[in-house]
Structure formats: structure tokens, C-alpha cells
Design a binder for this molecule. Structure first.
Ligand SMILES: Nc1ncnc2c1ncn2[C@@H]1O[C@H](COP(=O)(O)OP(=O)(O)OP(=O)(O)O)[C@@H](O)[C@H]1O
Ligand SMILES: [Mg+2]
Length: 242
């Protein structure tokens, strides 16, 4: 199964990606986490892993991705075991790839990274007990690039904000365009905010879990520490998505 995590900036995409990865691992899955955020550096810390070398470098940096034949590298499909060792870091049943980070001022846009994420996702061939979790950059650009077309399901993380409520409607529509189910995970919501979100979100049937604000998660995020917590809400997400 291929899952894409999305939502507005700071809503908790990376946190929930890391928590989900460890929860799937505990259920005996082989997990590939794809860090497709070209700006932020927190996810590998939340997973307790080294940041792997940018996968764009495998193609000779960003421009190489558009070179003739670059996409042929993935034919006839990649299994998890085909991912080059130099471009992943792993621990237990969880491995992490990083598509690429913007390193230098003036280096150009992140479109090649989006194209690479899309091509990789399209060509990954998964077994029954394998799952891919794509942590995206904030916003909906990946929808515009068509990355989500190659997911099996889209998990939108929504924090208690007007923007998240608006985005929930938009992402549900975009998911429909690609024929993909969209599930909404409320994050950092207390009981009152949860109720307000449930009332305001047009497609409230898509809400599958609600995580409260959690000081342990916040402190781990502040210190850049591995997230080890197991949470019933995360188990609920896995059960509902299955
Ligand atoms: N349930 C929670 N309780 C408390 N803090 C949380 C919770 N979920 C996430 N956070 C904190 O909120 C902040 C943003 O989380 P995170 O980095 O996962 O968001 P993001 O959506 O990936 O952000 P970005 O858009 O920048 O990539 C972090 O400091 C994280 O520790
Ligand atoms: Mg993030």
C-alpha cells in the first residue's frame, strides 16, 4: 500500500508519518518512508535515522532526472530491495529515502524533485506486507504535479485551524479527481476543537482519527529525538485505511 501524507504547514505530517512507520513496523510490515519535502529536515530525526543522500544525486543531481532514459532506470518496476543502498538509511523494518533538499540559494525550483517522487512512486512494486509512506511538503503542489495519482490512499492531517478546514474540502476534491480515497486525521485537537472541526469539515465521514496535543511528541520534536510512542489513534488509522 502506498500512502501520501499531506496538509498545511506544521499540521503534523512528518510526526504522523514517523508514528505510522513505527506502528506498521510493529505489525510486521517492511516500511519505506519517502521524505519528499525539499525544505525541512526533521523527519529523519523523528524516525531515529540518518538523513540519506539525496536520491536526485543518483541521477547526477536535479537536471539529470530529465535526461534521456533517466525514467527507464525504474523499468520494469522496483521492489524495496532494488533501492540503492547508498540512498537509504534503515533500522529494523523501516527504511528512509530523501528525494532531495534545496541546498543552495538560487539553485532553481523543486520541480525535478516532484517529478522524481512521482516516477518512483509509480514504479514501486509492493508485496502484501510492505507499505510506502510519503511525507510531503506543505500545501497542494504535489497534487498539481500529479504525485498523488500513484498513491493508494491520501491521508490529510488537519490541525485546528480555518486553513485546514478549507484545505480538507479542496484535498477531498483533488483526491476524487485522481480516484483516490482521502482520509482526514485531526491532529493537536482538544475535545472542543475536535467537535468544531467535525462540524466544519464538509466531508466529515472521511475523518478517521483525532490525536490530542501531546507534550511528549512536542518535546521529542523540539529536541530532534526519535518518536517511540505507540498511540491508539495511530493504530486506528492503520485499521481504518486497511
Ligand atoms: N499531536 C501532537 N501534539 C503535540 N505536538 C505535535 C503533535 N503533532 C505534531 N506536533 C508538533 O508540531 C510541530 C509540527 O509537526 P510536524 O513537523 O510533524 O509538522 P509538518 O506538517 O510535517 O510540518 P511541515 O509542513 O513544516 O513539514 C512539531 O513541533 C511537532 O513536534
Ligand atoms: Mg514535515
Amino acid at each position: 500500500m502506498k500512502l501520501i501524507l499531506c496538509g498545511k504547514g506544521g499540521c503534523g505530517k512528518s510526526t504522523i508519518s514517523a508514528l505510522l512507520a513505527r506502528a506498521y513496523e510493529a505489525r510486521g510490515y517492511q516500511v519505506l518512508v519517502i521524505d519528499s519535502d525539499e525544505s525541512n529536515f526533521g523527519l529523519h530525526k523523528q524516525l531515529g535515522l540518518e538523513l540519506p543522500e539525496d536520491f536526485t544525486h543518483y541521477f547526477g543531481h536535479k537536471k539529470g532526472i530529465f535526461a534521456d532514459g533517466a525514467a527507464d532506470v525504474f523499468e520494469p518496476g522496483w521492489h524495496l530491495s532494488d533501492i540503492p543502498a547508498d540512498y537509504q538509511s534503515a533500522d529494523g523494518g523501516v527504511r528512509l529515502m530523501a528525494i532531495g533538499k534545496i541546498a543552495d540559494a538560487g539553485e532553481g525550483c523543486a520541480c525535478p524533485m516532484g517529478a522524481l517522487t512521482k516516477t518512483l512512486l509509480e514504479h514501486l512494486v509492493l508485496g502484501e506486507k510492505e507499505v510506502v509512506i510519503v511525507d510531503t511538503e506543505a500545501g497542494v503542489e504535489h497534487f498539481g504535479r500529479g504525485v498523488d495519482r500513484f498513491a493508494d490512499a491520501i491521508l490529510m492531517v488537519a490541525d485546528p485551524s480555518y486553513e485546514s478546514i478549507q484545505l480538507a474540502g479542496k484535498i477531498s476534491d483533488m483526491g476524487k479527481t485522481f480516484g483516490k480515497p482521502v482520509y482526514i486525521v485531526l491532529n493537536k485537537v482538544d475535545a472542543q476543537q475536535r467537535e468544531m472541526m467535525e462540524e466544519a469539515i464538509r466531508n466529515r465521514d472521511s475523518i478517521i482519527a483525532a490525536l490530542p496535543p501531546d507534550s511528549e511528541i512536542l518535546m521529542a520534536g523540539l529536541k530532534g529525538e526519535k518518536l517511540t510512542k505507540s498511540l491508539p489513534e495511530i493504530e486506528e488509522i492503520i485499521d481504518r485505511v486497511r
